[in-house]
Design a protein around this ligand. Sequence first.
Ligand SMILES: [Mg+2]
Length: 375
Amino acid sequence: MTKQNVLVSDTKSTFNMAIMPISNSPIFPRAAQKPPAAPGGYISISRKKLLKNLEINGEARINTWVDSMKASSPTHIKATPSLADHDQSSWIVRHPSALDMFEQIIDAAKGKQIVMFLDYDGTLSPIVDDPDRAFMSRPMRKTVRKLAMCFPTAIVTGRCRDKVYSFVKLAELYYAGSHGMDIKGPAKGSKYKKVSEGNGVLFQPASEFLPMIDEVYKQLVEKTKTTEGAKVENNKFCVSVHFRCVEEKKWSELAQQVKSVLKEYPKLRLTQGRKVLEIRPTIKWDKGKALEFLLESLGFANCTDVFPVYIGDDRSDEDAFKILRDRGQGFGILVSKFPKETSASYSLQEPAQVMDFLGRLVEWKGLSLGGQARV
Ligand SMILES: [Mg+2]
């Protein structure tokens, strides 16, 4: 599937695809009445046309997914450095290190409310072979906790919200799981907490898809069990098929298995990330929309004095980087050791540098508040 979001119109079965907040929270009346959804709404195409397109472009698409995954795979890039030194250096000029540019960043943020958005895998934790063991280090947790004392802070991830919470274990953060399709406010301990009743769930725009996602998850587990190392993860509002432990020569076979399941579900779409294929509802909702929703929820919808910073390492984070570019507010930071096409302004090489950058923000805020945040 392309990155374009589509709504499939099926004349036989009507599916309510409207993006609606599940909560009628009186705490978020503006958000509940007017989610920052879909400028331009859905792109509607016929189911017949979509199936035909899948059929015609199926093989080419699988090759594209696999090639793209190889290109974004750190082990592959390490093994076959393909970029000349001057490409690397011109990229770093266009996307300088956020650590080197720290003073300029702080200058740009002065007098504005910084809001932090952090991806999880590859940003706060290293990419490891077993996605169930992508733990966050203790110093990183300590740093993120301090960060959340200084600025409203959200984790925005493709993972299931509960799963990422089990890794991060910080109640004072916002969590946007399943690529922002499952958003919850801080449970406790945040001065930026905006939810004080109920279970704190702010927004689940794809709740109608839950039974379908569950069904696809089970089918994918069954279909991919012959491919050694394949791991299917149910992220509640999306399903991830991890390639991390699959031999590279088997990637096409695994992609083919995924496609064979997906073709029965035209209301779901496939996206590709770092050693992962992800199956999601075809609604116009992504990490960028989640960022806008959270800004609105925090009361910064039309503010000029807000400074959002989004840090992420994957293609799905590009939606958020683009939103920030379009808004002309704040900026994105891409975590990558290698040049990549990106809408982020700055770069950091790895989670250890992310921790340094977050630590410097905390230190700067602590200094500017006379030490209040230095705990
Ligand atoms: Mg990531």
